[in-house]
Design a binder for this molecule. Structure first.
Ligand SMILES: [Zn+2]
Ligand SMILES: [Zn+2]
Length: 255
C-alpha cells in the first residue's frame, strides 16, 4: 500500500507497507511516522532520502534510533551519520520490489529519485523536490541545463507512472501554469479537480506522468505555446535551456 503522511505545513512523507513491514521516504519529522507505525502495527524496514534539506531528513536519526531501520540517500550530500549512499542506477529491494536510483541534480547537486516499474501493477516514482505537480523545484545548487536534463529523464518514464512529490504545491503551481498557458484545456480541468480535492482536505498527489506532460510548463518548454509565452518575458530565450531558465526565473518572481 502507498500512502502519504502529512507533515509540517505542506510536506508529505510517502509510505509503503505490506501489512507487516514499512518503508518511508524523506521523513522530515519522526513523530508522524512513529505514530503511524504504532497505529498500523508496522515495523519500519528502511528509509529513503532524496536530498539533504532538513524538511526531508530531520526525522531520520530519531527513526533510526527508535527502529534500527537502515537509511539510504544520495552520495555527496550532507546527511545524518550512518546513511548508506547511492548513485545512479543502483538498485534497492523495497518490500520485494526492485527500485532503481535516478540521478536528478538541479534542486540540489546530488538529488536522487527512486523508481520502480511494478508496484500494484503500475510504475511508481518518488521524486522529492525535483518534479512537483504543475511545477518543479527551485534551482538552489544546480544549473538550468542540469535541471532540464533531470526533468527530461523523469518525463520519459511511462504514462502510468504515479508521481509522488514531497510537497502539496499543486494549486499554487497551477496558478502560474495557467498564466503561462491560458489556453490549455487540460490545465483548466485539472485545476478544478485539484480545488475539489483540497476543499475536502485530500491530497492532489500522486499525480501521473501522462498528466504532468500535458499540464506542467516545466515539462513543456519545447511546446510552441510555452515557448511563445516565455519569449514575451525574455526575448533572448531562444533555445531549450535558456527557455527553461527564463521560465524558472519567471516563476521565482511570480506572486
Ligand atoms: Zn528541497
Ligand atoms: Zn522540500
Amino acid at each position: 500500500m502507498l500512502h502519504p503522511l502529512p507533515a509540517f505545513t505542506d510536506n508529505y512523507i510517502w509510505t509503503l507497507q505490506d501489512g507487516t513491514h514499512a518503508w518511508v521516504v524523506d521523513p522530515g519529522d519522526a513523530q508522524p511516522v512513529l505514530a503511524w507505525l504504532q497505529a498500523e502495527r508496522l515495523q519500519l524496514q528502511g528509509i529513503l532520502i532524496t536530498h539533504h534539506h532538513a524538511d526531508h531528513t530531520g526525522g531520520v536519526q530519531t527513526l533510526q534510533q527508535a527502529t534500527g531501520a537502515p537509511a539510504y540517500g544520495p552520495m555527496g550530500e550532507n546527511l545524518p551519520e550512518g546513511v548508506q549512499r547511492l548513485t545512479a542506477d543502483d538498485h534497492l529491494d523495497v518490500l520485494g520490489h526492485p527500485f532503481r536510483v535516478l540521478a536528478v541534480p538541479g534542486h540540489t547537486a546530488g538529488h536522487i529519485a527512486f523508481y520502480t516499474d511494478r508496484w500494484d501493477d503500475a510504475p511508481l516514482l518518488f521524486c522529492g523536490d525535483t518534479l512537483f505537480s504543475g511545477g518543479c523545484g527551485r534551482l538552489f545548487e544546480g544549473t538550468p541545463a542540469q535541471m532540464l536534463a533531470s526533468l527530461d529523464q523523469l518525463a520519459a518514464l511511462p504514462d502510468t507512472t504515479r508521481v509522488c512529490c514531497t510537497h502539496e504545491y499543486t494549486l499554487s503551481n497551477l496558478r502560474f501554469a495557467r498564466t503561462v498557458e491560458p489556453g490549455n484545456a487540460n490545465l483548466q480541468r485539472y485545476q478544478a479537480w485539484c480545488e475539489e480535492q483540497r476543499a475536502q482536505a485530500q491530497p492532489t498527489l500522486p499525480s501521473h506522468m501522462v498528466r504532468e506532460r500535458a499540464i506542467n510548463p516545466f515539462l513543456r518548454v519545447r511546446e510552441p505555446s510555452v515557448r511563445q509565452a516565455v519569449q514575451q518575458q525574455d526575448a533572448a530565450a531562444t533555445d531549450d535551456v535558456s527557455a527553461f531558465a527564463a521560465l524558472r526565473r519567471w516563476k521565482d518572481g511570480f506572486r
